[in-house]
Design a protein around this ligand. Structure first.
Ligand code: ZN
Ligand code: ZN
Length: 340
């Protein structure tokens, strides 16, 4: 398996490390105001602090590279230099040390690429498979997270477990969830729930092996109670416990749980600001499905087999279906598109 980094990630990580010593001396008073906060983070962290002579050498070597006239060659040279210091300052080791705990990854992946994440929402690991069947893992990481060694290890362990599961034949991962029977809003809900169940089993396994989870058992239990409120409390506690202690979870088990038709129907509560189960737009104008004439309800069910009148619908969808069902209007009236 090849370990690759994107240029932005390596450069940012090396620069943060090179500026850590200065930040320790004057926290928060850095002249690069944008990066100032990150420097302070480094100052209070376990970031390796390079020797000042090394930092001076790093900057000197960089200065020299500006003289390379060809832009591609110059970029390649910057990348090589940054990678050298990335290794020298022990930053790569922080990743590879955790990777050693996951032997399945180098066995099954042809590439593991680390890229710079664009923010907290952009973090996590993904699996890509090309036409030749080669598998690549992509890990999005914030360069500043390299400064917090313990938190980085916890994060990497959690994300590497996602990748491990995706690569483990016993898990039986299928990249596309088969949710065809569900409408748009239900599909979103099912995907969120899948992630929730998976994260519970990952953090449960991490705790069982003596590692720190990304979220505690109590935090997961609370999220599970919110996300799966349609099960009676006792059944919920039982399922949660089984997930938390499951050492060998399977994709199919998650799929069976998220596809519980009762959950998908009733979890869609017509709460103010919740998405309409038909168009998926958030709405404050709910209409009770039970009050719809039967011919309109059956028309909706013909189009959305997963819908039941109990789930309700938004005022605009109701209007659309009322007009469409009115024999005086011989137009086929579609739902509004997201653009309208
Ligand atoms: Zn996760
Ligand atoms: Zn609607």
């Amino acid at each position: 398996m090849q370990l690759r980094y994107d240029e932005d990630f390596i450069e940012a990580a090396v620069f943060l490390c090179a500026s850590s010593r200065r930040a320790r001396a004057t926290p928060g008073r850095d002249d690069h105001s944008e990066a100032g906060q990150i420097h302070v983070a480094y100052a209070t962290s376990s970031c390796p602090t390079p020797h000042p002579l090394q930092i001076a050498r790093f900057h000197r070597e960089r200065e020299k590279l500006y003289a390379i006239p060809d832009p591609d060659e110059r970029n390649a040279a910057f990348f090589r230099l940054n990678l050298e210091w990335f290794r020298e300052w022990g930053l790569e080791k922080r990743i590879t040390d955790v990777l050693k705990e996951f032997p399945l990854l180098p066995q099954k992946l042809s590439v593991l690429a680390v890229r710079k994440s664009r923010g907290r929402q952009d973090e996590g690991a993904e699996l890509h498979v090309n036409e030749a069947g080669q598998r690549s893992g992509v890990m999005a990481l914030r360069p500043e997270s390299l400064a917090r060694d313990a938190a980085l290890k916890d994060y990497l362990r959690h994300e590497f477990t996602h990748l491990h599961d995706m690569l483990d034949p016993a898990f039986g991962y299928v990249p596309v969830l088969d949710l065809r029977a569900l409408n748009g809003a239900q599909q979103r809900l099912a995907r969120e729930r899948y992630r929730l169940l998976w994260d519970i089993t990952i953090d449960g396994r991490l705790v069982a092996s003596g590692h720190a989870p990304m979220a505690t058992r109590e935090q997961h239990a609370a999220a599970f109670a919110r996300g799966c409120s349609f099960w009676p409390e006792e059944k919920r506690a039982e399922i949660f416990d089984a997930l938390w202690h499951n050492h060998a979870p399977r994709h199919a088990d998650f799929l069976a749980l998220i596809s519980d038709p009762r959950g998908l129907r009733e979890a869609h509560q017509a709460a103010p600001g919740a998405p309409c189960p038909l168009c998926g737009f958030t709405t404050f104008d709910w209409s009770a499905g039970e009050s719809l004439p039967a011919r309109i309800a059956s028309r909706i069910i013909a189009e959305f087999p997963g819908w039941s009148p109990k789930a309700g619908l938004c005022g605009r969808c109701r209007e659309t279906y009322e007009v469409a069902a009115d024999p005086r209007f011989q137009v086929v009236c579609g739902l509004r598109s997201p653009a309208s």
